[in-house]
Design a protein around this ligand. Structure first.
Ligand code: ADP
Length: 158
């Protein structure tokens, strides 16, 4: 039965659009670029526990980069001189892979895997060209989302 489910899941990847399985922008934990990094922010980041956190400027659909939860370890929060932007510019993690919202899960899986991205930023098809480094985001997707779809089960994160 489990094998049957996995087969169905894998076959379904070609017809299912990434926008059907993505995490919608409204549910994404993100940080505003100009926010000062204080203890409260570090606690919030650890409270959510996500490894990768998109950074936005002005509007949430304007994602300008990513920070990692680990970037906040060993950071001096007392001085009040670090902003999310300065942390982002210091570590310079790669921007997430830009994914077009009507790409199939199968295509996105290959795109992420090929270029070894863990996270994709899902952008609306009409409002951004593939070359645009800052697309209008509508959600995010990680390899885990696609693998869950493949095995048709929730993955319980540690
Ligand atoms: P993590 O490594 O942070 O646990 P995963 O890649 O395992 O993240 O993804 C687990 C789930 O969490 C996926 O559904 C993914 O879309 C979602 N996710 C990842 N990062 C974030 C975030 N910053 N805000 C909201 N959801 C996220």
């Amino acid at each position: 039965e489990r094998e049957k489910n996995i087969m169905t899941g894998v076959l379904g990847l070609k017809t299912k659009k990434i926008s059907d399985i993505m995490t919608h922008l409204i549910d994404v934990f993100m940080l505003e670029a100009d926010r000062v990094v204080d203890d409260e922010l570090v606690l919030t980041v650890h409270g959510y526990g996500y490894s990768r956190i998109p950074v936005y400027e002005k509007q949430r659909d304007n994602i300008i980069g990513l920070v990692n939860i680990r970037d906040f370890a060993l950071l001096d929060t007392e001085s009040g001189k670090f902003t999310v932007r300065s942390v982002m510019n210091f570590y310079k993690h790669r921007y997430g892979k830009v994914i077009m919202s009507d790409d199939s899960c199968y295509d996105v899986f290959n795109q992420l895997k090929k270029e070894q991205y863990h996270l994709g930023i899902v952008a609306e098809h009409d409002s951004s060209s593939k070359k645009d480094p800052k697309p209008r985001a509508i959600g995010i997707v990680t390899l885990e989302d696609i693998i869950e779809e493949m095995i048709q089960e929730e993955i319980i994160d540690e």
